[in-house]
Design a protein. Structure first.
Length: 283
């Protein structure tokens, strides 16, 4: 397996689904709330698409607002989790559903959604430009496309600490490349340009920072296998090297390795408005 493909494998994300919900969603949900607000909110009955939904932070917020939400992800484990949460929340009768689908080739008609969102998803696609085009293709004229990316090409939260410790632990060794889209779309000007080229007539990019609370450096080291399993740098290491990295993670916080700490994490949220024109596939 190419180490650069770990975060682009459905089985890896399926294995990580419950850990992602517990560890990442408390932070990503905060950005989901902002993305929905900046995207004009959701009115009852609006059709909303959430691509690379993960464990459904945005999809569930949109459903609670009355939207008819289709949540898609290439990971069956993620989709099963979102479907369960839709049912648990009583959103099934309002038309909310979750489907396994490749965000680079959505099996959906043109111009059928009022709004399409992708939070921290398209940036990881092998063909992220095609992912952006697909988001625009399925939205009706005058509709909204909202994309969130990390403003740091290393990612956010534990990823930032992991990247720093990895490089300190293996000096002179090249860190496996991050996904191309993560690097490009972490720049607000590039994000604006790419959204425009994908089909938005107007694009506004907003920046938000939130603290990502981490239980402790010891906790990171003890749970490294499940926290970092989709990180290229982790996959590239042999068992001995992973043990060395665990030790360095513990040392990263010095005498307070057993104490919780925060990592400031910054996201960009791009809100695109599609041009208004006649649709070949009306709602």
């Amino acid at each position: 397996m190419s180490v650069s493909s770990a975060c682009q494998r459905a089985d890896v994300w399926t294995d990580a689904a419950m850990a992602y919900e517990a560890l990442a969603e408390p932070v990503t949900r905060q950005f989901a709330v902002e993305a929905l607000r900046l995207g004009g909110g959701v009115t009852p009955g609006e059709r909303v698409l959430d691509v690379a939904t993960g464990t459904g932070a945005l999809a569930l917020e949109a459903a609670a607002g009355g939207g008819s939400v289709l949540a898609t992800d290439f990971s069956p484990g993620m989709v099963n989790r979102v479907a369960f949460r839709f049912a648990e929340g009583g959103f099934g009768p309002s038309g909310c559903e979750a489907r396994v689908m490749d965000g680079q080739a959505l099996q959906l008609c043109d111009s059928v959604f009022n709004a399409a969102f992708s939070l921290f998803g398209v940036m990881l696609f092998p063909d992220w430009r095609q992912g952006l085009r697909e988001l625009h293709r399925v939205v009706r004229p005058g509709g909204r496309v909202v994309v969130a990316t990390w403003a740091d090409p290393r990612g956010a939260g534990p990823a930032i600490l992991f990247d720093s410790v990895w490089r300190e632990t293996f000096p002179g060794r090249a860190y496996p490349p991050h996904p191309e889209g993560l690097g490009v779309l972490s720049d607000p000007d590039r994000l604006r340009v790419e959204m425009t080229e994908a089909g938005s007539a107007e694009v506004t990019v907003f920046a938000f920072e939130r603290d990502w609370e981490i239980a402790s450096a010891n906790w990171l080291a003890d749970n490294a296998d499940r926290i970092f399993q989709q990180f290229q740098g982790w996959v590239a290491l042999d068992p001995s090297e992973r043990g060395t990295l665990r030790g360095r993670l513990r040392l990263s916080r010095g005498e307070v390795a057993d104490q919780p700490f925060n990592v400031p994490s910054r996201a960009l949220i791009a809100v695109g408005q599609l041009p208004r024109k006649m649709s070949d596939c009306p709602l």
